[in-house]
Ligand binder design. Structure first.
Ligand code: ATP
Ligand code: MG
Length: 369
């Protein structure tokens, strides 16, 4: 492409979510460019990419100058860096999906909780720990969950304090600043809903899924028979803005739902749509990011997903792939092409028709369990 021509869609971030969205953009005839600090990223292996920092306005501005529309694949890009970059590049922020307002609210877990509360969307009560914990002890009590307000993922910024003694044990962590305390939710299940809010017209939800975490990382996702779309859409509306959002919910024993958190991007719990026979979350992401009409009622066959996390021991990917297809010829493998494997790192996932047991059996076959 000549250097004066612009790409249709730019991605802030070059991980597996950008990669899968870029792969969905290709059949639509959409040209893409991703920005990431790493050189050999999952996205760079399937599309054009530039290297630069995601918290550096100059680098974001470079992407803005070269793309008509922009989207993101993680919520950690500081909203202020995006605002500054837009000034530098004279980029109209109406062409960024989701917008910086929703992003700023979501990337601070405390402001996210406050927005739910203001909108009357059920969610655990949360307070800041900047006062040394007095308000948290008075309003929340124990058990309590401590969270980093910014930058947490895969449970990396989450601590449990069952008692005051445990709360004090974590003091070295939360006293550094930037932590919140929230009520511990005795959930029976965790659910998730992908919600798409277009520029014009009503929101569209994908089916509600059950999600199980192992060591705080999403492990398996399957159809759940409950409908969380109403609260999920209300939660997204409380953030404002347009785009594709993954909404994580807690389900209580009496069926009541609470919002845990929102991710303003494609989400692990929507990966099953890649093989359910209907519109995928990545197609929906590309469409909403470009301002194209979205699928207003995505439907497909019941499909489940199991994550493939980097094992502690070395393993032979090619052998694992062969084992999977030898025993589960109808399974779908999605490999992210990461430069290196680390224990617990998301390396890929497997989608299969059916429920939880089918997904877990396919993954067991992959690992030779
Ligand atoms: N208030 C709570 N009560 C009980 N369990 C909680 C609470 N908050 C979080 N958890 C548990 O910890 C997990 C991780 O928490 P959360 O989703 O807030 O963190 P994260 O690290 O940002 O997320 P992710 O794992 O989605 O990247 C949740 O999926 C849930 O299992
Ligand atoms: Mg979460």
């Amino acid at each position: 492409m000549p250097s004066d021509q612009k790409f249709d869609l730019g991605y802030l971030g070059g991980g597996q979510l950008a990669r899968m969205s870029i792969l969905a953009a290709r059949p639509y005839g959409v040209s893409t460019l991703s920005l990431d600090p790493g050189e050999d990223t999952p996205a760079a292996r399937v599309g054009k990419a530039i290297v630069g920092r995601l918290d550096r306005p100059e680098d974001i501005a470079t992407l803005m100058r070269r793309c008509r529309r922009l989207t993101l694949e993680n919520e950690f890009i500081p909203a202020e860096a995006i605002l500054e970059a837009a000034k530098q590049a004279d980029f109209d922020l109406a062409n960024l999906v989701p917008g910086p307002g929703a992003l700023a609210t979501i990337q601070d877990k405390l402001s996210q909780r406050q927005a739910y509360q203001a909108a009357g969307v059920p969610s655990p009560h949360a307070v800041s720990l900047e006062d040394g914990g007095a308000q948290a002890k008075a309003e929340i009590g124990f058990p309590m969950v401590l969270k980093a307000r910014f930058g947490g993922y895969d449970g990396k910024g989450t601590r449990y304090a069952r008692t005051e003694a445990e709360f004090e044990q974590h003091a070295d962590t939360w006293q550094k600043g930037g932590w919140l305390a929230e009520a511990f939710v005795p959930f029976v299940r965790e659910l998730a809903v992908m919600v798409c809010v277009p520029e014009n017209g009503p929101a569209a939800c994908f089916p509600t899924m059950a999600t199980e975490q192992r060591n705080h990382v999403c492990d398996v996702v399957y159809p759940c028979g409950s409908d969380g779309s109403k609260i999920a859409e209300a939660a997204v509306r409380a953030m404002g803005g347009i785009g594709l959002f993954g909404v994580e919910l807690f389900e209580l024993a009496d069926g009541q739902l609470l919002v845990n958190e929102i991710a303003p991007r494609p989400h692990n719990t929507g990966h099953y749509t890649q093989n359910w026979g209907g519109t995928t979350q990545f197609e929906q992401h590309v469409r909403v990011a470009l301002g194209l009409p979205i699928d207003t009622a995505p439907t497909g066959h019941p499909t489940s997903m199991a994550n493939i996390l980097g094992p502690d021991h070395g393993f032979d990917f090619k052998k694992a792939r062969e084992r999977l297809f030898a025993t589960h010829p109808q399974a779908h493998l999605h490999w992210y092409g990461k430069a290196e494997s680390r224990p617990g790192r998301k390396l890929g996932h497997i989608n299969v028709a059916g429920g939880r047991d089918e997904a877990l059996a396919a993954r067991d076959a992959f690992f030779g369990v």
